[in-house]
Design a protein around this ligand. Structure first.
Ligand SMILES: Cc1cc2nc3c(=O)[nH]c(=O)nc-3n(C[C@H](O)[C@H](O)[C@H](O)COP(=O)(O)O)c2cc1C
Length: 398
């Protein structure tokens, strides 16, 4: 790496457990709805995630991957509930690593927000009408028998015995993820899915050891974290995506998050990824955080300032290299997670590095970078000669 590449914080390497990521850009997990009902990763996943790695992101986190079939959001989601799902993911993790990025994967149980349509089919609950498309609705589960919103079905309340079995499913899926070569296991503890549903008083009305007090509501997610930490190698990092607040009267709060994050760190979580909202599926009354630029930065900042150790990531409309650098320089986070901007431009990290550290193709895959470097000289000569791409056409007679 050239001397100037050390100049920005965004392109300062990040060491965590057994890996060193080349920079602090993390691909935020994004469901692609590109699997078939088997939950196996497809070539689409390989290409999409592979492009992000080729684009220079330091860490690439594969989408929310279900720990059991009813833990999926939709029929098209990835799963890691079976050994048969490991091989295609192994290929993806290996490719990401071959490009110098750190491969990670998010694990999820959708809980009461499962059995859902793809965004382009409405993003609502599956109904009998969807069966014609081959997408039958399934019975969902949750901490309590409370529907996530109008039109959504009422989940079946999990028994204490089911909770114990469910914790074991998380551990098994995490073990498979590590076996597939992922160096980061990211838990989807946000957006109203099962881990979050236990935390939030909106969705958890239990009266046993898993409900009521904050301590009891934290019990299931903390059991999941401990089981996973015990199931994966020490050098494998554990990240946790948290809805820092529900933004709803009577819901989960920032203060609750602080208490919870201290417990997560004590159990071996390495990074808290700050998101928000999603406790209910009713978009009109889900009072979420206003979606401005870097909209979770105030929350990640608060956690970072108040937690003793541990890394913090922030996500949400981080779109510009200087903005991403400012987030880190201001101490709002240690890592920036980027979603849609990378869909728009998978080479965003390479462009950001040039914008912050000076134009260079050194970090691009040499199959492109070698040629692009030569192209700079060719274009410079044309510019010096006063030519533009339109010169020929402006001078041609109509
Ligand atoms: C297509 C798409 C799929 C998503 N899937 C997931 C997911 O699987 N897990 C998750 O935690 N967040 C998911 N999200 C949320 C993103 O990870 C991210 O937090 C959000 O888009 C805000 O960041 P951005 O403004 O950089 O896109 C998804 C977002 C998009 C656009």
């Amino acid at each position: 790496m050239s001397e100037s590449a050390q100049a920005s914080l965004l392109f300062t390497p990040l060491t965590c457990r057994g890996f060193t990521a080349p920079n602090r850009v993390m691909v935020s997990p994004m469901q692609q709805y590109a699997s078939d009902d088997s939950g196996r990763a497809s070539d689409f996943h390989l290409v999409q995630l592979g492009r992000f790695a080729m684009g220079g992101a330091g860490m690439v986190i594969a989408e929310a991957t279900a720990i059991e079939p009813i833990g999926r959001m939709s029929h098209m989601d990835l799963g890691l509930w079976s050994d048969e799902q490991v091989a295609p993911l192994t290929r993806i993790a290996a490719f990401i690593a071959s490009q110098g990025s750190i491969p990670g994967i998010q694990l999820v149980h959708a809980g009461r927000k499962g059995s859902m349509q793809a965004p382009w089919d409405g993003m609502g609950p599956l109904t009998e009408a969807d069966t014609a498309r081959g997408e039958e609705p399934w019975e969902t589960i949750g901490p309590s028998a409370i529907s996530p919103g109008s039109g959504w079905s009422v989940p079946r309340e999990m028994t204490a015995a089911e909770i114990v079995q469910n914790v074991a499913l998380w551990a098994a899926a995490a073990r498979r993820a590590a076996q597939a070569g992922f160096r980061i296991i990211d838990l989807h503890g946000a957006h109203g899915y099962l881990l979050h549903a236990f935390l939030s008083p909106i969705s958890n009305h239990r009266t046993d050891a898993y409900g009521g007090s904050l301590k009891n509501r934290m019990r299931y997610p903390l059991e999941v974290v401990s089981a996973i930490r015990a199931a994966i190698p020490d050098d494998c990092a554990l990240f946790y995506r948290l809805s820092v607040l529900d933004g709803i009267e009577g819901g989960w709060t920032e203060d609750d998050s602080l208490v919870f994050c201290r417990e997560l760190l004590a159990r071996g979580v390495d990074l808290i990824d700050c998101s928000s909202g999603g406790a209910i599926s009713d978009r009109s009354s889900d009072v979420r955080v206003r979606r401005g630029y870097a909209f979770h930065a105030p929350y990640s900042r608060k956690l970072r300032q108040n937690l003793d150790g541990g890394l913090v990531a922030t996500v949400g409309l981080i779109v510009d290299p200087h903005q991403a650098e400012a987030v880190l320089q201001a101490g709002d986070a240690d890592v920036v997670a980027i979603g849609r901007e990378l869909l728009e431009d998978p080479n965003w990290p390479h462009h950001a590095r040039s914008a912050l550290n000076g134009e260079s193709y050194d970090d691009w895959p040499q199959e492109s970078g070698w040629w692009l470097d030569k192209r700079v000289g060719a274009l410079r000569k044309l510019k010096e000669a006063g030519e533009t791409p339109m010169t020929r056409y402006e001078t041609l007679a109509p």
